[in-house]
Design a protein around this ligand. Structure first.
Ligand code: ADP
Length: 398
């Protein structure tokens, strides 16, 4: 028992006894000594019964201060939150008031939320979350969570699921589009092979023509599969750190040389302007080469025959600026914001006839983002298109 008394208590007892002795010796008055001893003993009792604070758990987690008003906690939550008492809105934080209106305080929650799904859920007192569409704006999606927080009180939280739903829709659309893009050439190949297997295959002229079509369609499928694989590789490498210093000038020269030798007469239209001392960029050489291929390839495909495809690479401040300019039909302004979406084409027939997959600019966008760059597409109908990619130089220019 004595062992259990803290050191602090023993110290207080020692001080109290010493004080009483000193008072007795100085005053030679037994009563004063006894009074001092009684006062000191009272002090000992107070010290001994005060909870010890040794400072060791200053940083330990503690319960929220009991004087913290609950509305301050609710107000600090970023998602819309309501506290209901007897089914009426007793508390609504700012996001809830913004979503449902300032008037909801005191209203029946089913009226305040104004959604049949929410009303049914609240009336049933269901515990599991419910998905709600159309609170706020028509396309907003919410998940409503409710929890009992007392005798007659409930907490209602609305979690915004709009972004998650859009991402899921994008994924579903992408799979549907990719399947459709692959099925079209496949159906064509199967049709022509079937016809060739019949008597049409006996005619050498027809056979040659049909085999040519089968070859073109198979190439189209191959390009599409290559682009799909590139896209998924680029997405998979999104968070991998870029380390290599890439001589983008040399890369542009290589790509232009390749395209000018593999694209017949159109290849001769490429003009490359490499500025003085183009700095290196920190990046992925394979991806940067693909970016150059896709942009210069588009300018060759969509520019008018016999007009130049101007490619320039110039240092600018702490950046390297790539410009690819063509003199083609251009792109109407309403299409510009959507060009980097997967499978978005201004003119699908034209894109397919020139071997497009609809994925080239989506791939470019991902590569630019991974290199922390910027992509700008400017176009004038009947005049042509200018694509500008700004990439940070790997070393500050002197
Ligand atoms: P595609 O494989 O169809 O060329 P992209 O993703 O590279 O796909 O481009 C998307 C669409 O943007 C193209 O289908 C085309 O309509 C348009 N486009 C891209 N580049 C140009 C350009 N230089 N001039 C005109 N239209 C272009």
């Amino acid at each position: 028992m004595i062992d259990e008394l803290p050191l602090r208590t023993w110290l207080a007892v020692a001080i109290a006894v010493a004080t009483a002795i000193v008072v007795f010796l100085l005053s030679h008055d037994g009563q004063a000594g006894l009074a001092a001893l009684a006062g000191a003993a009272a002090l000992v009792v107070i010290i001994a019964t005060t909870p010890e604070d040794d400072g060791a758990d200053d940083t330990a987690p503690s319960a929220p201060p009991s004087d913290l008003p609950p509305d301050a906690v609710v107000e600090a939550i970023a998602e819309p939150v309501l506290v209901l008492r007897g089914g009426r809105v007793a508390l609504a934080n700012a996001p809830a008031r913004k979503l449902l209106g300032d008037h909801i305080l005191g209203e029946d929650a089913r009226v305040a939320i104004r959604h049949p799904g929410a009303a049914e859920h609240l009336s049933a007192g269901a515990a599991e979350p419910v998905d709600l569409v159309g609170i706020g704006t028509l396309d907003q999606r919410w998940q409503m969570h409710t929890a009992a927080i007392g005798e007659d009180a409930r907490l209602v939280q609305l979690v915004d699921r709009t972004g998650q739903h859009a991402a899921e829709k994008m994924r579903v659309d992408f799979v549907a589009n990719a399947s459709h893009e692959l099925r079209t050439p496949l159906a064509s190949i199967l049709g022509y092979v079937e016809t060739l297997a019949d008597e049409a295959g006996d005619d050498p002229g027809i056979r040659k023509r049909f085999l040519g079509i089968v070859f073109d369609e198979a190439r189209r499928m191959e390009r599409l599969v290559e682009d799909l694989m590139s896209l998924s590789r680029i997405e998979a490498e999104k968070f991998r750190e870029l380390r290599a210093a890439v001589d983008i000038g040399e890369l542009a020269q290589e790509v232009c040389d390749t395209l000018s030798t593999t694209h017949g007469d159109r290849g001769a239209d490429i003009r490359l302007d490499l500025g003085e001392a183009v700095p290196q960029v920190t990046g992925d050489p394979v991806q940067l080469s693909q970016l150059l291929h896709n942009l210069i390839g588009n300018a060759m495909k969509y520019g008018r025959a016999d007009t130049p495809v101007e490619v320039s690479l110039l240092p600018q401040a702490q950046n390297v600026v790539l410009r690819v300019v063509d003199h083609g039909d251009g792109i109407p302004p309403e299409h510009l914001p959507r060009l980097t979406e997967r499978f978005y084409r201004v003119d699908p027939g034209r894109s397919r006839s020139v071997g497009g997959t609809g994925l080239g600019l989506a791939i470019v966008k991902h590569i630019v983002e991974r290199h922390r760059g910027r992509l700008d597409i400017a176009s004038a109908v009947g005049v042509g298109t200018r694509v500008t990619v700004t990439l940070p130089a790997s070393k500050p220019l002197s």
